[in-house]
Write a protein that binds this ligand. Structure first.
Ligand SMILES: Cc1cc2nc3c(=O)[nH]c(=O)nc-3n(C[C@H](O)[C@H](O)[C@H](O)COP(=O)(O)OP(=O)(O)OC[C@H]3O[C@@H](n4cnc5c(N)ncnc54)[C@H](O)[C@@H]3O)c2cc1C
Ligand code: SF4
Length: 810
């Protein structure tokens, strides 16, 4: 007879299996283990479902312990079986398939159930939750057949689901009851920035909306709200919260409140029965994130392995949104109160917002947007209730310490204990990482990730892992990972990728990812558009556009608006139009019942409310070129009337504006580019706040660059003064080409000029040889430009792929 202790685990999820992993390490031969799981899979990383939905991982990628792992450790696994009864007197469990197993110690780790709003119609086909592989698969399948998803819930899970739908090519509305997103983790500033960033990615938000009814016959067709409005939907995902899964415990006489009630060593009120994870309620709190669950697992494993342990006393949680292209982190307290003081960094140019709240000299919480590197470190200060000086905090937020580490003295990872958790998602401690580095000779973050799982999920702890590597390896640390990679799919920086494309003569997105051994072979919404752009700059002739790597507006060549219609902005060169063109625009607006015709701030006409299926016909009937109002390209060249009509004018501002717009239209740039031409220093065309603003002066022209009239106004710098119109074009060409070649994708000229330094840019542009060479390369780039609207009109396949509307209900 086996002398081993019989352990039964109910719930093959993240918390339960983490407990088992610890127990195997603490006492490898002491237990006889049996695991029951309702789902038909081995243990997988639920966090990474978002990544599967977004197309960044496959189901196989997210399996944490394959079937062989259970076999290797002699664990009996029953998948696809739900435990329906616990006999706490006889100490047995029984499954829905009649399997009965005795236990000495029982662990309940049954997780949570998604909360489904009890709306009328919630039982219709097409209404689902987002909790497991099955839900994820349902969404992926739906995207092949249907066009429009609605996600109810603007929290972490809802936003990750919505991002997935965009990647799957669906239109998505996110419905949220509050007026700002992730209100339980973000303050209004960060929330607004998040909303704007996600809108750029194509998400549509319906805020302050209370859902009333799910519409449709058998299958969902829409969702109505209490305010009387409604929206169409082919699929509705409810992501409004979770409830601990306590049914089994409840029916088996185990004490349950909101969750299964446990003490500080995770014991329930029944002898030999423990609970861990989302199903457990500890000191009145239930948790819905993995880091606290792993802290519980570590304590429970020690308790069961008879190893002395500190009690579990509760956790301070932090959250990171896993949406590529948007970095958001929040933990602890995040709303300013009378008792807190805040240290803030808010750089609207770079889209960075960082706030740390201090109460009685202690750090109590943080919100980070745009740059979340320091999230884990700040949370360590919160958890340890460390007192820090304002200077230290400033240094931490601004990275002003230099070197690889931005940590002020005393706050670096070298001062952490071995037991401190570095990777919250996977429960990896500093000690685990140091041990792996030393014992297995690891030298890069990638290797540490593969061996220990640290930074494998949300990636937030990557900077800390890198720092631990540096301290552990000392002189042998090569520092190859100190640079900023384009995104989590690669370790290469923007500059290195461009260099590699040039050197290896790469010509398409997939090839770059293959050759540079992208970690995520499909790439993500951050790197794919960047690669597509860089390829076009390096070799405009060999390059063919990968429209799947473009953001939705650019893919569609029209701006998608919040109601799912599109806006169409024809090009009006220099803001000068004709009665014929005005008439055409009016006729098109009437014919297609376009509800709104609006003059834009850039001297053009915006046709708003165009239906997707009418887009190509609207373009054809207009017979005008695209104004690229959606593009990372030249937008407008605004002009004043100049000397043609104005009595102050010294030059032909309209003529110059038209010439510039014709010259640069459609040119792909790292970000949108706006220009203007004023006929005299009175500057009526606002040339001081454009990416490239031109002002006529006596006997010549001044060129201002790096101006911005956006959220944070930046006045342009005087780049050069030239005499003739030809010279003006030459300087503008060289400036734009230099920007195209050296800016990082999505960097506006304002940021780029500041990063490069005006003097440097001036030196390059004023150097005759360099200027000529830049102009030459610009000529090549311009030689391949064609109008995207015309292409769509001529190409039936493009029309079918992008603009045809399939009536899935027919
Ligand atoms: C899409 C998504 C993204 C997420 N992202 C993050 C994130 O970024 N960061 C983060 O910290 N957390 C995230 N979470 C939450 C995280 O996944 C959970 O906190 C964690 O999985 C909970 O672990 P658990 O073991 O308690 O429950 P689970 O992992 O849910 O495991 C419970 C298991 O028990 C099984 N079970 C239940 N009852 C029975 C029974 N009677 N018999 C047999 N089996 C049973 C269930 O089928 C389930 O497989 C995310 C969750 C989702 C769904
Ligand atoms: S900028 Fe000068 S030329 Fe142009 S409209 Fe104003 S005053 Fe007239």
């Amino acid at each position: 007879m086996s002398q081993k202790k019989k352990i039964v685990l109910v719930g093959n999820g993240m918390a339960g299996i983490n407990t088992i992993e610890h127990m195997l390490k603490l006492a490898p031969n002491k237990f006889d283990m049996t695991v029951f799981g309702s789902e038909p899979y081995p243990n997988y990383n639920r966090i990474m479902l978002s990544s599967v939905l977004a197309g960044d991982s496959t189901v196989d990628d997210i399996v944490m312990n394959p079937y062989e792992w259970y076999e290797k450790h002699g664990i009996t696994l029953y998948t696809g079986q739900t435990v329906t009864n616990i006999d706490t007197t006889k100490q047995t469990v029984t499954s829905d398939q009649g399997v009965q197993v005795p236990y000495d110690e029982l662990i309940l780790a049954t997780g949570s159930n998604p909360f489904m709003l009890p709306l009328p119609g919630a039982d219709k086909e097409g209404v689902i939750a987002f909790r497991n592989i099955q839900d994820c698969q349902t969404m992926i399948d739906a995207s092949k057949k249907y066009k429009k998803a609605v996600v109810i819930g603007g929290g972490l899970l809802g936003l990750e689901a919505a991002r997935g739908f965009i990647n799957l090519g669906m239109q998505v509305d996110v419905v949220h009851i509050c007026d700002h997103l992730m209100e339980r983790q973000l303050d209004p500033t960060a929330s607004k920035m998040l909303q704007e960033a996600l809108e750029e990615q194509g998400m549509n938000f319906l805020l302050n909306k209370e859902s009333a009814e799910i519409l449709g016959e058998e299958r969902v067709t829409g969702l109505s709200f209490r305010d009387g409005t409604s929206t169409e939907a082919d699929l509705v995902v409810m992501a409004v919260g979770i409830r601990p899964n306590v049914e089994l415990a409840q029916t088996s006489g185990i004490e349950v409140d909101r969750g299964i009630v446990v003490n500080d060593v995770l014991e329930t009120n029944q002898p030999h029965v423990f609970a861990v994870g989302e199903c457990a309620q500890h000191r009145e709190t239930v948790y819905g994130l993995v880091a606290p669950l792993y802290e519980q697992s570590a304590v429970l494993a020690k308790r069961l392995a008879d190893v002395e342990t500190e009690p579990y006393e509760g956790s301070v949680v932090d959250t990171k949104l896993k949406v590529s292209g948007v970095d958001v982190f929040s933990g602890g307290e995040f709303i300013d109160t009378d008792e807190t003081k805040a240290i803030r960094v808010h750089d609207e140019f770079s889209g960075i917002y960082k706030k740390v709240l201090i109460k009685d000299n202690q750090v109590v919480g943080t919100v980070l947007f745009g740059d979340t590197k320091e999230g884990s470190r700040i949370m360590k200060l919160v958890r340890d209730q460390v007192e820090v000086s304002q200077q230290d905090m400033n240094a931490l937020l601004t990275g002003s310490q230099g070197n690889n580490s931005t940590a002020p003295t005393g706050l670096g990872t070298e001062h952490m204990d071995n037991a401190d958790i570095i990777c919250g998602c996977n429960g990896v401690s500093k000690g685990d990482i140091c041990q792996a580095i030393q014992e297995q000779g690891l030298s890069t973050v990638e290797e540490v990730k593969n061996v220990t799982k640290a930074s494998r999920s949300c990636g937030g702890c990557r900077p800390l892992v890198s720092e631990i590597l540096e301290h552990t390896l000392g002189d042998q640390y090569t520092g190859s990972e100190g640079k900023e990679p384009i995104c989590a799919c690669t370790d290469y920086s923007h500059e290195e990728v461009v260099e590699a494309i040039r050197e290896k003569q790469l010509t398409y997105v997939k090839e770059v990812m293959n050759v540079l051994e992208w970690k995520n072979e499909e790439g993500c919404s951050k790197c794919r558009p960047a690669l597509n752009y860089y390829l076009g700059v390096v070799d405009p002739v060999a390059y063919s556009d990968d429209h799947t790597s473009r953001f939705v507006n650019e893919r569609m060549h029209a701006n998608i608006q919040k109601d799912g219609t599109y806006s169409v902005v024809p090009r009006i060169y220099g803001g000068v139009t004709t009665p014929e063109d005005l008439k055409k625009i009016a006729e098109v607006a009437l014919k297609y019942e376009i509800p709104t015709v609006k003059l834009t701030g850039g001297q053009r006409i915006d046709l708003l409310g165009v239906q997707k299926e009418n887009l190509t016909e609207v373009w054809e009937d207009l017979g005008m070129r695209s104004g690229h109002a959606y593009g990372k390209a030249l937008r407008t060249v605004k002009t004043c009337v100049g000397d043609t009509y104005c009595r102050f004018g010294t030059a032909d501002a309209m003529g110059m504006g038209i010439r510039m717009e014709k010259r640069f239209e459609g040119l792909n740039t790292p970000h949108k580019v706006k220009m203007s031409v004023s006929g005299c220093p009175r500057n009526c065309a606002e040339s001081g706040i454009k990416d490239l603003g031109v002002v006529a002066i006596d006997g010549g022209w001044e060129l201002y660059v790096g101006g911005n009239g956006g959220v944070k106004i930046r006045v342009g710098d005087l780049l050069a003064t030239v005499k003739t119109e030809d010279e003006l074009i030459e300087y503008a060409e060289a400036f734009l080409q230099y920007y195209r070649e050296t800016a990082r994708y999505l960097e506006r000229t304002a940021q780029w000029v500041e990063r490069m330094g005006l003097e440097h840019v001036q030196a390059v542009i004023e150097d005759d040889e360099q200027r000529q060479a830049l102009c030459q390369r610009m000529v090549t780039a311009l030689s391949v430009h064609s109008d995207p609207w015309q292409k769509a009109i001529e190409d039936k396949q493009v029309q079918k792929d992008l603009y045809e509307v399939i009536d899935a209900k027919a």
